[in-house]
Design a protein around this ligand. Structure first.
Ligand SMILES: [Fe+2]
Ligand SMILES: [Fe+2]
Length: 418
């Protein structure tokens, strides 16, 4: 178990985040009351900052390699000061946004176990937000002559964010149903893990010290997501429960592209490495992420196949999965529509490569054509209606996608090579 010390933040900010919690996460009280029923033996939830240890006191990446990590924000010069603030702010926005999202559909939990897993995830995300407040609050030098009180401005900004205002798109999407809570904990929290892991090297020491304890908690989020997703998959394979395999596929189609974009442009991220904030560029981290998602989905597929054909061993089920994936034909009674597939990286993108964003790619990554030309934006929207959750269509974030798409095509119309 990693060692850490704890700290609280200035009373006025502590009170402000407690007020935020009362408004956005009143169910915390239920979790606290029933903690022992579900998580006996594990230390009860407390709203605190946890200050872990750094692997090295020195900066290991980028232009300051070999220097001691920065203890004070004011020592970060030029762009570095605001770039680090932006990362802290984005991180905190994800924590707060996820609570606002989970809350919407919490009551639809498939089981009490599922409900309490999500309640605990929400509580820990609240602590992560608190942690980011601590990063800003414990260092008086975020207040810089001429720049005002950057910590105060940032904290106030964060506390006022509603769904729709958050920094990253993934944290603005309203959940449709409990399948979203689960898919999100599997696919979106996993990006969180990558970010936290990369930020363990952070050249600003208070941020680096925050990552270890956060990562430990994140493991519960990922584990819960995977367990529940598998359970939902097994139920779907038996034709039980509220969700079909098609519903699961649609949820994956909704979240995976936004997860990919949380890494930032796949050709970028050098600045974060140059400043010693992260140890990997966006593309490198994203590639590892894609492989890990594929592994998770394979596990769900194998469990579903075993549920369908109960005589199959795990190994044999894996063989059937590979066969169905390769041939696109049924094998041992398992049809292609009985398994989940990870969407292609080109599908449903709005950020990243110019050649890909807003282009009409299907879930498998094939460009949809009409004759020899890509289908029109309107036809693509029609197509999206068939592969995304019904309740997402027409939602605020869907409308945002549509207007950004229209703007994109009004400004430029690169014809992808066919
Ligand atoms: Fe978190
Ligand atoms: Fe999380």
């Amino acid at each position: 178990m990693a060692t850490y010390t704890t700290a609280t933040i200035t009373q006025k900010y502590h009170d402000a985040i407690v007020d935020w919690q009362k408004k956005n996460f009143p169910d915390l009280a239920i979790l606290e009351r029933h903690w022992d029923d579900h998580f006996k033996g594990q230390p009860p939830f407390r709203l605190l900052a946890k200050i872990g240890e750094v692997k090295t006191d020195t900066i290991d990446y980028g232009q300051y390699t070999g220097r001691k990590k920065f203890e004070q924000a004011k020592d970060m010069v030029g762009n570095m000061f605001f770039s680090s603030r932006d990362i802290i702010k984005a991180q905190c926005s994800t924590e707060l946004g996820s609570i606002q999202q989970h809350r919407i559909t919490l009551d639809g939990a498939i089981s009490d176990k599922g409900r309490f897993a999500v309640l605990r995830i929400m509580a820990e995300e609240l602590r992560h937000a608190y942690q980011m407040f601590w990063v800003l609050d414990n260092d008086p030098s975020w207040k810089k002559p001429g720049l005002g009180d950057v910590a105060k401005q940032t904290i106030e900004d964060l506390l006022s964010m509603e769904l729709g205002d958050h920094v990253l798109d993934a944290f603005n999407i309203d959940f449709n149903d409990f399948l979203d809570n689960v898919t999100y904990a599997t696919v979106i929290d996993l990006v969180g893990k990558y970010q936290l892991e990369m930020q363990q090297v952070f050249s600003y020491a208070p941020m680096a010290r925050s990552m270890g304890p956060m990562l430990q908690e994140e493991a519960f989020h990922l584990g819960s997501g995977r367990t529940l997703l598998k359970e939902i998959g097994q139920m779907a394979a038996r034709g039980e429960g509220d969700y079909s395999i098609q519903d699961m596929q649609k949820a994956l189609n909704l979240w995976f592209p936004r997860g990919l974009e949380m890494f930032g442009n796949e050709h970028g991220g050098e600045t974060a490495v140059t400043f010693g904030f992260k140890d990997k560029t966006n593309g490198v981290a994203q590639t590892e992420y894609i492989e890990e998602v594929k592994g998770v989905v394979t596990n769900v597929n194998v469990a579903m196949i075993q549920e369908k054909v109960s005589t199959l061993s795990r190994e044999a089920a894996r063989g059937v999965l590979e066969e169905v994936e390769r041939s696109g034909d049924p094998s041992r009674g398992v049809r292609p529509e009985d398994i989940l597939r990870v969407p292609d990286v080109k599908f449903f993108r709005k950020r990243g490569d110019e050649e890909v964003i807003f282009q009409p790619y299907d879930v498998a990554g094939a460009l949809l054509l009409e004759g020899n030309k890509p289908i029109s934006p309107d036809s693509y929207l029609e197509f999206l209606g068939t592969v995304l959750p019904a309740r997402f269509i027409g939602s605020r974030e869907y409308d945002k996608y549509v207007s950004q798409m229209r703007e994109f095509f009004a400004n430029q119309r690169p014809e992808p090579q066919v």
